[in-house]
Ligand binder design. Structure first.
Ligand code: CP
Length: 301
């Protein structure tokens, strides 16, 4: 693994290895040392979890970070190109971790620089480090990734987290329920991909009648920033909300996950049920990102 750009680039064996390394890092059985290593965090879109968990991951391993949060204070404002910015940052750092609203930008960056590049989210396309922490959260709570029933709910059209997660979970013989307003259905190219792998999926619009047989319900935000027409967002916002009474007949092992941030799609009355897992899920992001950096920089094999 030289870069981490898309879940489609990872084999099942590589994913399982990453899960194993992540578990050993959390348990203290592997203690990676990133002393004298520097990660450049280039975030051209807002972030709380991804940026700060990568920063935390690097610092927990005695490494260091430089952070670009927006371009306001950089020479991009003077007209410097994206390629020149990347090539300059690559002179200072050992790894670039990048978020951008532009689909394909992380792949492009990996072709411009000769240090590892990690895609921390590129538009509505991919968010592979989120998918890996989601997989780790599923293994921790379900004991396996195989043969599970997974509900993906919310903005499946523009949601990069669900695109990456669906492609990753397809390697583990899961059954999917895609739950979304019709405007926000899972893109056809992902569904074609699943069909070619003989992965079963069904599509629904209603959340409350379709969650009782699930092992994992993965809820996502309707993302205002991805809508070209604000009126479309206004029509759909608040169109589904998971509330505590809807969980009365679910399986005991169900875990409700969410990449966060949440707006109103999970009512706060779900937070103190045994089903809520979204905050521990965010914590798992630190161990997962320690594993990703360690493997990409050759500290852990
Ligand atoms: N899950 C996620 O990507 O969160 P942030 O946008 O806060 O990084």
């Amino acid at each position: 693994m030289k870069n981490l750009i898309s879940m489609r680039d990872l084999s099942k064996e590589e994913i399982l290895h990453l899960m194993d390394v992540t578990g050993k890092i959390e348990a203290g059985k592997i203690v990676p040392n990133m002393q004298r290593k520097l990660a450049a965090l280039l975030f051209f879109e807002p972030s709380t979890r991804t940026m700060f968990s990568f920063d935390t991951a690097m610092k927990r391993m005695n490494g260091d970070t430089i952070i670009m949060s927006g371009t306001g204070q950089t020479s991009v404002k003077k007209g410097e190109s994206f390629a020149d910015t990347l090539q300059t940052i690559a002179q200072y750092s050992d790894i670039i971790i990048m978020r951008s609203p532009v689909e394909g930008s992380a792949r492009y960056a990996s072709e411009v620089v000769d240090i590892p590049v990690v895609n921390a989210g590129d538009g509505a396309n991919q968010h592979p480090t989120q998918a890996l922490l989601d997989l780790y959260s599923i293994v921790k709570t379900q004991g396996t990734l195989e043969n599970l029933s997974i509900g993906l709910a919310g903005d499946l059209r523009f949601g990069r987290t669900v695109h990456s997660l669906a492609q990753a979970m397809a390697l583990f013989n899961v059954k999917f329920k895609f739950i979304s307003p019709s405007f926000l259905k899972m893109p056809q190219y992902i569904k074609d991909d699943l069909k070619s792998q003989k992965i079963e999926f069904e599509e629904y619009e209603n959340i409350e009648d379709n969650i009782d047989d699930l092992d994992v319900l993965y809820v996502t935000r309707i993302q205002k920033e991805r809508f070209a027409d604000p009126e479309d967002y206004e029509k759909l916002k608040g169109s589904y909300i998971l509330e505590r009474p809807m969980l009365s007949n679910v399986k005991e092992n169900l875990k409700v996950m969410h990449p966060l941030p949440r707006v109103d799609e999970i009512h706060t009355d779900v937070d103190n049920t045994e089903f809520a897992y979204y905050f521990p899920q965010a914590k798992n992001g630190v161990y997962t990102r320690q594993a990703i950096i360690s493997i990409l920089l050759g500290e852990v094999r």
